[in-house]
Design a protein around this ligand. Structure first.
Ligand code: PFF
Length: 478
């Protein structure tokens, strides 16, 4: 095997399979599930979007998850070096490592804006926290939230937040600081511990709020909305969005799974783990929909409100619901936990690269990349405000109207992630040594053949389509 070629000797490892599964599920489950998925399902008409999304997960996402983890485990190093090691072992050009570089860069860029959004989550957790404790002391803890505040004022809080640069920076700083702290503590004491505590807490909260929503909200309307497909809504750009969302949500193309894969022991069977990650990620996305939409419908809000659905609409709903401030507080804590286990996976990719390729200590590497992404985050955050008119890629039609925040988000989602995913599929399917790949997957016979078919054909073709649709919408009538 190639283990000796990379930084194998110094490579840390998970203390158990459970630790790995929790960390990987933690990486996958994040803002993408709780914030972006319901937003996109709402904007794109519900059922047909959801069905197409599930198709993408099974046919493209699942085979790619296994591909990324196996490169990490076979290469036993950071994302770049692992690809290089597998390429060398397979007797093909080491230039394939370029997609490892893309993945590390994507992780860096995503973390920049991810931390800003997580900062909004912290702000709202603070708002509902203060409201809940205020209500507790005044003896009415189970009333609605933000009593006495006009719904317009509640909605206006988001605009106020965007107008308050010091507050935006403060929240972003706190979130990046926590992410840095976890990564600096290492794989065992940092990443693993965080996942071990936060993921179970996340699942409990998810269940509690979903049950609450089912009782006090319009559950059946939400089910109908999420599962009744209207295929006329499934246009080419919608399919493109669904596939991009699937990649983002499963943490594909952004170094996280390869890096986590490098810490997996040789005894762990990878295929069932990959299945678990895909299942948990998709399950959480759908349950998040079933948590949010009953509440949205209960108070007659617009399910297609867009990215502000969670931050602007739901707080208005919480005002009108029993125990609204407590539920609001728990809701934003839940999103915070999900975001944190994802952000640490985003920081670990670049950090591991710094350790292996540059010979830096973990502390130094985590510091360098935290500061770098932090500064990128500040730039993104200023584009919500004073730099709102800056159009970095104004010459490119799909980004003509995008501020810096949207450019960083859109460029990673529409360009970097699909390119890396495409190269991963071609590399694992066509270039990497077949025996090595087969051994790593642990799949046999028909299952291996099926998986290989997906990696060799369906995944690259599907992802190539995203790229074409995403980058040249005009050409395809999008
Ligand atoms: N999968 C995360 C989410 O759905 O929020 C985001 C993410 C984490 C993307 C880690 C990429 C990554 F490497």
């Amino acid at each position: 095997m190639v283990a000796a070629a990379g930084g194998a000797a110094s490579q840390p490892g998970w203390s158990s399979r459970t630790a790995f599964v929790l960390a990987a599920v933690g990486a996958a489950v994040g803002l993408g599930n709780v914030w972006r998925f319901p937003t996109l399902a709402g904007e794109n008409g519900g059922g047909a979007f959801v069905l197409f999304y599930i198709g993408c997960v099974v046919l493209i996402g699942l085979p790619l998850i296994l591909s990324e983890i196996l490169i990490g485990r076979a290469g036993r190093s950071d994302a770049v070096d692992s690809v290089r090691n597998v390429a060398r072992e397979s007797g093909v050009s080491e230039k394939w490592a370029i997609f490892g570089v893309f993945e590390v860069v994507a992780a860096f860029m995503i973390l920049g804006f991810y931390s800003v959004v997580a900062g909004w989550v912290l702000y709202y957790a603070g708002v509902f926290g203060a409201d809940f404790f205020g209500a507790l002391f005044s003896g009415a803890p189970f009333a609605g939230a933000l009593i006495g505040e006009a719904p317009e004022a509640i909605q206006g809080r988001m605009g106020d937040l965007f107008g308050n640069i010091p507050l935006l920076i403060a929240m972003h700083t706190v979130f990046m600081g926590i992410t840095f702290w976890v990564i600096a503590r290492g794989v065992h004491d940092g990443i693993e511990k965080a996942a071990l505590y936060l993921m179970p807490a996340f699942f409990v909260l998810l269940l509690v709020i979903t049950i609450y929503g089912a009782f006090v909200g319009e559950f059946s309307q939400a089910v109908a909305f999420l599962f009744t497909p209207d295929f006329s809504k499934l246009t080419a750009p919608v399919m493109n969005t669904a596939l991009g969302q699937a990649l983002f949500s499963m943490s594909l193309g952004s170094a996280a799974l390869m890096t986590y894969g490098a810490y997996v022991s040789k005894e762990t069977r990878l295929a069932p783990t990959a299945g678990m990650i895909a299942l948990a990620d998709t399950g959480v996305a759908i349950i998040a929909g079933l948590m949010i939409f009953p509440i949205v419908f209960a108070v007659g809000l617009d399910p297609a409100a867009g990215p502000t659905l969670v931050f602007q609409s739901l707080p208005v709903a919480f005002q009108q619901m029993p125990a609204g401030s407590l539920v609001g507080l728990l809701f934003f804590i839940l999103i915070f936990f999900a975001a944190l286990t994802s952000s640490i996976s985003l920081l670990e990719g670049p950090t591991s690269w710094g350790i292996n390729a540059r010979g830096w200590s973990r502390l130094k590497s985590a510091t360098v990349f935290s500061i770098g992404t932090y500064l990128l985050g500040i730039i993104c955050l200023l584009s919500l405000n004073v730099w709102g008119d800056v159009r970095l890629l104004g010459f490119w039609s799909i980004f003509a109207e995008s501020n810096i925040f949207d450019v960083v988000d859109g460029f990673t989602g529409k360009v970097l992630l699909p390119v890396s995913a495409l190269l991963t599929a071609i590399f694992v399917g066509w270039r990497a040594d077949k025996k090595l790949v087969e051994n790593e997957t642990g799949l046999e016979g028909g299952m291996f053949a099926l998986w290989r078919f997906l990696v060799c054909w369906l995944a690259p073709v599907g992802v190539a389509l995203i790229l074409v649709f995403g980058l040249f919408p005009g050409l395809l009538g999008g």
